[in-house]
Design a protein around this ligand. Sequence first.
Ligand code: B12
Length: 474
Amino acid sequence: MPDSLRILLVNTGFRKPLHPLVTPPLGIMYLASYIRSKFNVSIRLINQKLNNDSNDSIIQSAKDFGADIIGLSVLSTAAHGLPYLTEKIKAALPGSLIVLGGPHVSSFETRSMKGNSADVAVPGEGEVAFEKVIRSYVNKHPFSDIPGIYWRDDSGMVVHNPGTLPLIDDLDTLPFPAYDLIDLPKYWAIQSMPPVPRRRYASLFSSRGCPYKCIYCHNIFGSTFRFHSAERIIAEIEYIKKKYSISDFEFLDDIFNLNRERLVDFASRSLEKDLGLELAFPNGVRTDLLRKEEIDMLVESGLYFSSFALESGSPRIQKLIGKNLNIEKFRENVLYAVSRGVFSNGFAMFGFPTETAGEMQMTIDVICASRLHTASFFTVTPFPNTELYRIMEKNSPEKLGLVNYDNMEYSMALFNLSAVSDRDIYRFQRKANIRMLLNPMRLFRIIRDIPRPYYLPLYLPEFLKRITKGLFLR
Ligand code: B12
């Protein structure tokens, strides 16, 4: 292994004015620390979203660094930049290896390498596969030996290797994400997922995989729930706390609360150590699994913000989408969390296949009758390699052609898989937003309960966008 191997990892994509959220790029931070523990390499990280760096500046950075390997982490919303980015990197650094990874590869599989000049694409969990790709590149071994990856052969054909690599069983064997390779304080000036600007925070991703089979969701980390132990989460928190003097931590897990013992263990340890944390779950929790005593423990440990994902208020749709949420439990737990002082946000989706106007109304009713402070009413998006996408391919392939993955934004997506018209989808979302946000009691509670209410005026554009949704469409 040459000492001088240089790896540039880029979290690609832009921060749009109407969708300004940014979080630390945990995917490439995990990769970097893992790869560093295996090889003697020099690694640099860039989060394109942080400063909205142009593609040309990324190419220049790769060139200045003299990168041997360029790893691009890609969401499907950023994939349209790949042809330019990869072609120019290849031109600037002809002997280099370009590796794609991240959710886009898991979704688009072979297609993620079409139309661009990447050499390899890694679906799913990246650490072990990337290690093997690097080894093959350095030792000039063929990529055909690495199960599950995509690679371009000499004729330019994309080959998909059979098999899959085993997932990392014990996540505690992974080193902490590479905080030394990012400028964390720069993130504090930009909005993260919780509705509190200018927080001095860090993000954690403490578990991977989910046993539920929601038809619209990704399958990046498989269906087995694997997790960092409570002890390890606390160790990571203490490390970051000491390094940056911060106490605000957001968990971006898909389902942090699946394992009750771990939740209780984590909360007990944080209380025992008197860490004085401020905790947020902006990506949501599995609300119907929560027990009151678990909410209590999280609140005592510092929980101040959580999202609660309902998705649909209709039992038929819950069944159809495979989420099977217990709506009654959802109501109860939201009520309890709010009563314990948690600023609470709901997630709902409109536009599931065959969803009727009556069912959309049921969603509005559950959310708006709840004590949630705020809620986001999203439009269902079918991503390739999900059950939802396969259903659409079978039943209404013509609708899939209308999805433009380049231009997605949380609340303004333009597709509609339901039984109602596009205009009606917007009408329901607008109605939901108006009923939610123009309720004087709720506005009062938002102002009373939101951490740092003096920042609320910053949300005026978002507020106006939500309550006028679809009004200006022709
Ligand atoms: C935090 C988060 C965000 C953050 C930013 C994330 C980022 N990377 O920049 C914010 C809030 C900004 C965001 C926005 C959006 N998000 Co988002 N987000 C997440 C979330 C909850 C966690 C991501 C994370 O930190 N994971 C933890 C790390 C460790 O995992 P990872 O990044 O996947 O990395 C691993 C592997 O993917 C792989 N890997 C990653 N990069 C690379 C690179 C190489 C070279 C290799 C070899 C491997 C590799 O190895 C890593 C370690 O194993 C995921 C859900 C999830 N559970 O992943 C959704 C998710 C990524 N988001 C998703 C979506 C759809 C969006 C939006 C488009 C939503 C919308 N309609 O507006 C927007 C995009 C806006 C934009 N313009 O970019 C989808 C992506 C689907 C897809 N095919 O792209 C996900 C998967 C959610 C879902 N249920 O489907 N998101």
